[in-house]
Every structure is written in structure tokens, then in C-alpha cells.
Design a protein around this ligand. Structure first.
Ligand SMILES: [Zn+2]
Ligand SMILES: [Zn+2]
Length: 624
């Protein structure tokens, strides 16, 4: 019950004048008079609470979907127009549901005279124990446990979850929406921008906990600090090594002004607190956290939170990204440790919630990758391997090293690593490997016994210190190399794009794609074009005469993500679990995972939150 007070007290509660950040609280009797009292400035932001009275005008044919509906509180009704930010109608959206509506209030604008009176930015269910009519009478002073979802809702990107305990707030991750300014990367489910103002006050956040150092989990951290966040930033030691290495670029390529960038890196670094796997740390009043290995990338963790408020407590776990369980250098996800937690609520990723992979063939596919590589090399081709800078590049290098060692590839290959991030991240892996004492727990026994990167046989196109410019890199005589490993890039000025422009029509070159690339990107186009077809880059057409190998099965071997089987195994490791909140996946993937979860354990409640949805954790826990 208590949560609801915060969300939307009976009544209109907040008026945020959109032009400035000043907040104005409107008296609680306001909402019931909303149609009659016109003192609210046109175009001002407000949040109201009510019951959905009518929801029949839902139009799913138009993307993004929109809804026209009334909400009522007692005898008064207000019309709402809502452009729903995801790909379909949420399951909770039906008459009788208590919702909190945030949006813009219009009354006098001629455009809106007959149309909606509130244009909603977000509509959130209040949870099944919530009701608009009970909350205003709730006199309890004890605040709730609440989870708010600010990203990765119906999409993979933008992970950012707010946990509230009393007056304390923390974030789990603060990730990029990964769409930059590129309209092609915007989908109906991905309408947010990294530079949008945060939907909460960064000053009010007491701490941020990072699950791992991928951009979709950490890519908005710089904005958080620039907007006043002043708390501690918790992460594992291996995550810190990667995070700090990426911080320079994160800040430099942000939209922050030059003056806002001054000293920012140092400020962020100073606020970092490291934690090892398995050790419980006190984050802030009422919140303890334990990081548990997920085997996704070095340092990746699930975060178990013990929330405490007076006599009440709740355990919620954020899965972070879960590894495939087949990463040669990392340990398998530590399900044993998770099984000893009291986790009642699980927030889980669902990137590949709808896919299963046939792992027994793993080894053969590794061999297959090396066979394909050898065939191309035997033909005297230059081989360009397009892959991710973090973890994938290093695994590809290790596979090449293994191939050379086992005579599956020619003994002495001339291998180059292109791109700046691939350069400094590979150097971080070498550093990991040379610091076994510090990083022992972060890698598998195989990593420590084989030391696959101990003998750097590759050449960095950006120079050993990774400081050469992209222009200098492009002046390389690429054909002096046998293999070039380069980040796949999504366009822009990436090396992959340059090499594709240069060599797509060269029959003496083989491109191998290891990992995902958007279908319109140069690598994505190449992967989807039949031999003899053409691709188009920056308005120019290139006939494809190079050999292109883009096999999902080979890519899958290098995947850092759990498939559906692994996700189900992960979920079943929690003995006290009652609710599974499915995030970090496209709608198809999370629907598939939800179905599988229900099949495996019909007792579990599943929630697929929308952006901005607030979930009353106490309500969840008391109803089970
Ligand atoms: Zn990740
Ligand atoms: Zn992720």
C-alpha cells in the first residue's frame, strides 16, 4: 500500500513546469476538479492517478501503438492520449487497472480542445495491492521497497533500474540506449536517447552498482555525474579495469561540453569502490549487495540486494547479462552461490530468451572456424574478421593462437588488430593474465593454465600504445597481413567500413563475421548479400566479389550470452523465488522466455515491465 503514496497519491501530485525544473505540488483535491479548474498552465507536466475506465480505442496497426482512454477517480473522468513506447499492448492495460499517468496537460490549445486533455509520456500500473482511493488515507510513514525500470524494457539496451528503500535510492546499471543519433537504430521500442534528461534527480541517487562494463549497462554514467550524482560507484575489480580503460572515450564522445568534461574522469574514478565476488557490502542505509559471477565477460556479475526497512525485508537479484556457460576463459555462472540467497524477486535478461543452441557441437564449430580460416589463408587471401572489441576480439586471437599451436593454421601468421578500443581492451586482457594474484577469481582454470595471450603475436594498427589516429591506421599497407581482426562497427568511421569499401570487390579477400552487426551497416549488408550482388555505403555502390563467411552457428560459439536453456537453469537455481521480471530483450525474446518460465514453474509470477514502470516489491512479497 505504501508504495502507492509515492507513485501517485490519490490525486494529482506533481506539476513539473516543463520549461524549468521547479516542482510544484498541487493540493490533493485538485484532481477531482481537473475539468473545472483551469489554473493549471497549458502544457505543464503532471502526474495523475486513476482507474482505466475505457480502453477500447487501442490501435496496434499504427506504430508506435497509441491508446485513447479515460481514467476516472470517483465521478470525474479525464481523457488520456498515450503513444505507447513499445511494440504491443501491455498485458496489464485493461479497464479497472489503477494507473499513474504522467504527461502534459492541455486545455486551451485549439489542437487539443476536443482531443486529449492529458498527452501521456508514461502510463504505469500501480501494482495489484495499490489503489488510488486508499493511498491518500494511508498514514503510514514507512516508505516502501520500490523498483523502477528506466531502460531495457522490451529492448536489449539502456539497462537502468532504480531501487528505493525509504529515502535511499540506488541504481543498478546506467546503460546506453545504443542508438546514438542514428534514426535507423530507433525502433518503436527504442525511443529514448542517452542525452534525454534523467527521469529522476541524479542528486537523489546514493549509489550506482554496475553489473559489468558493456556500454548498454554503463554508457550513461558520464551524464549521471555531470548532472550531479555524487555517490559511490560499485563494481568488481575486473569490471573496474575495463570500465576505467573505456572511460576516456565514454567522456570524449559524449555530448558533454568541453568544460563539463574537465576533471570528470578523475571524479568518476575517485568514486569507484571495488568488490570481489561473493563478498557482501553495505551500500547505503537499508541496502546490502553481493556480486556473483555470471561468466559473461570478465568481472560480470549478478547483484543480489538485501533490502531492509524496519522489520520488513526483501531480497531482489539483478541477473545482469548471463554467460553462455561455455566461455573458455571464464567460469560458468555461479548458480551455487545464487542458490544460497533468499531471492524472492529476480530481474533477468532475455537477450536470447527465444533461442536454444546446440552446445555439444561447440568444439567442432571451433574447429570449423579454424578450417574456414585456413581455407581462405591457403588461397592466399587477406582475411578480415569483423567482431566485437571487448572479449570477442581476444577470444578470436586466442583461437588463432590455438590454431597455430596445433598446426590447424599455418605456424607463423601475420595478424593485425585494428581499432582503438580493440587495442586497449586487448592490452587489458594481457594485464589480467599477468596479474593472476589480483584477478584469480575472475577467470577459469583454463585461462590461467593456457595463458592464451601470453605471447602477443599480433600487431596493433593503432600502435602499441593505441594512440595512432584512425587516419594513420587507414594508411596501413593492409595486404602485408594475413589476418586483420577489427571491430564490426555500426558505420561511421570504423575500420571495418573502410576495409569493406576498399576490398568488397576484391576476390583475393575473405570477410568473416563473428558477432552481430545491424543489417544496414557495411558488415551487416555484406553478410546478407549473395555473391555477385552489390552493397551501398554512403550512397556509393560496391559489387561484392570478395568471399564472405557469415555463419550464425560459428558466431554462436563465441557468444557471451545464455540461451533459453541456460536462462531457465539460472532461474531455477533460486529456491525462494516468486516473481520473475523479464527485461533486456526484444518483445519476441521475452515473450518466449515468459512462456518457457511458466511451463517450467507455473507458480512463478512473471512481469514484463514497460519503460518507467514502478513495481512495489513489498506488494509482490506479501502476496506470495
Ligand atoms: Zn553485456
Ligand atoms: Zn547487456
Amino acid at each position: 500500500m505504501r508504495f502507492v503514496r509515492v507513485l501517485g497519491l490519490l490525486v494529482v501530485v506533481l506539476v513539473l513546469l516543463s520549461a524549468c525544473t521547479a516542482k510544484q505540488t498541487v493540493s490533493s483535491s485538485f484532481f477531482s476538479q481537473i475539468r473545472h479548474v483551469y489554473f493549471l498552465p497549458d502544457g505543464s507536466k503532471l502526474t495523475v492517478c486513476g482507474v482505466i475506465a475505457k480502453s477500447d480505442q487501442w490501435n496496434e496497426d499504427i506504430k508506435p501503438s497509441y491508446a485513447n482512454f479515460d481514467i476516472h477517480d470517483g465521478k470525474y473522468r479525464t481523457h488520456v492520449y498515450w503513444k505507447f513506447p513499445s511494440t504491443g499492448k501491455p498485458t496489464w492495460f485493461q479497464p479497472g487497472t489503477n494507473v499513474s499517468v504522467s504527461g502534459t496537460y492541455w486545455i486551451s490549445n485549439p489542437k487539443h480542445l476536443e482531443e486529449p486533455e492529458i498527452v501521456a509520456d508514461s502510463v504505469q500500473p500501480l501494482g495489484k495491492c495499490a489503489s488510488c482511493t486508499t493511498q491518500s488515507t494511508s498514514a503510514s510513514s514507512e516508505p516502501p521497497f520500490a523498483l523502477r525500470v528506466w531502460g531495457a524494457a522490451g529492448e536489449v539496451a539502456g539497462s537502468c533500474y532504480q531501487i528505493t528503500v525509504g529515502s535511499k535510492n540506488i541504481l543498478i546499471d546506467c546503460g546506453s540506449f545504443m542508438n546514438g543519433d542514428d534514426a535507423q537504430l530507433s525502433t518503436p521500442s527504442n525511443v529514448h536517447r542517452d542525452t534525454d534528461p534523467f527521469p529522476f534527480d541524479p542528486v537523489s541517487i546514493d549509489a550506482v552498482l554496475l553489473t559489468h562494463a558493456h556500454d548498454d549497462h554503463m554508457g550513461r554514467i558520464q551524464y549521471l555525474y555531470a548532472d550531479g550524482f555524487n555517490g559511490k560507484l560499485w563494481m568488481t575489480k575486473a569490471t573496474k579495469a575495463i570500465f576505467v580503460a573505456k572511460l576516456d572515450e565514454l567522456i570524449r564522445y559524449s555530448r558533454l561540453s568541453a568544460s563539463a568534461q574537465v576533471g570528470l574522469k578523475e571524479r568518476i574514478e575517485r568514486s569507484i569502490k571495488t568488490v570481489d565476488y561473493g563478498r557482501t557490502v553495505h551500500v547505503t542505509k537499508g541496502i546490502d549487495a553481493t556480486f556473483v559471477d555470471t561468466g559473461h565477460i570478465p568481472g560480470s556479475a549478478s547483484i543480489v540486494l538485501n533490502l531492509q526497512d524496519g522489520k520488513e525485508n526483501h531480497t531482489i537479484t539483478f541477473s545482469g547479462d548471463i554467460g553462455s556457460g561455455h566461455h573458455p576463459f571464464l567460469n560458468t555462472p555461479d548458480l551455487a552461490s545464487l542458490s544460497h540467497t533468499d531471492t524472492e524477486t529476480l530481474v533477468i535478461e532475455s537477450t536470447y530468451g527465444g533461442e536454444t543452441r546446440d552446445y555439444p557441437e561447440d568444439k567442432d564449430l571451433y574447429r570449423e572456424f579454424l578450417r574456414q580460416l585456413k581455407q581462405a589463408l591457403d588461397k592466399g587471401h587477406l582475411v578480415v574478421i569483423s567482431t566485437f572489441a571487448l572479449d570477442r576480439t581476444q577470444r578470436v586471437l586466442s583461437a588463432i593462437e590455438e590454431g597455430m599451436r596445433n598446426d590447424e593454421l599455418p605456424r607463423s601468421l601475420n595478424v593485425a588488430v585494428g581499432g582503438k578500443s580493440s587495442c586497449y581492451l586487448t592490452n587489458i586482457y594481457v594485464e589480467f593474465q599477468n596479474n593472476q594474484k589480483k584477478y584469480r577469481d575472475y577467470f577459469s582454470d583454463r585461462f590461467w593454465s593456457e595463458k592464451p595471450l601470453a605471447n602477443p603475436f599480433w600487431h596493433y594498427l593503432r600502435g602499441d600504445n593505441c594512440e595512432n589516429t584512425a587516419e594513420e591506421e587507414k594508411r596501413t599497407d593492409f595486404k602485408q597481413f594475413d589476418i586483420i581482426v577489427t571491430p564490426s562497427g555500426t558505420g561511421g568511421s570504423s575500420l571495418a567500413k573502410y576495409l569493406i569499401q576498399k576490398y568488397a570487390s576484391d576476390p583475393q579477400v575473405t570477410f568473416i563475421k563473428v558477432g552481430w552487426a545491424p543489417s544496414y551497416s557495411p558488415m551487416g549488408q555484406l553478410a546478407h548479400t549473395e555473391p555477385g550482388g552489390t552493397i551501398e555505403i554512403d550512397g556509393q555502390k560496391y559489387p561484392v566479389r570478395a568471399e564472405v563467411i557469415a555463419r550464425d552457428d560459428i558466431s554462436g560459439v563465441f557468444s557471451g550470452h545464455a540461451d533459453q536453456n541456460m536462462l531457465l537453469k539460472y532461474i531455477s537455481s533460486f529456491p525462494k523465488l516468486s516473481t520473475v521480471i523479464i527485461t533486456h530483450g526484444e518483445d519476441d525474446a521475452r515473450n518466449a522466455l515468459e512462456t518457457a518460465v511458466k511451463e517450467q514453474n507455473p507458480q512463478l509470477e512473471t512481469i514484463k515491465p514497460v519503460y518507467g514502470e514502478a513495481i512495489d516489491l513489498q506488494c509482490l512479497s506479501t502476496t506470495h
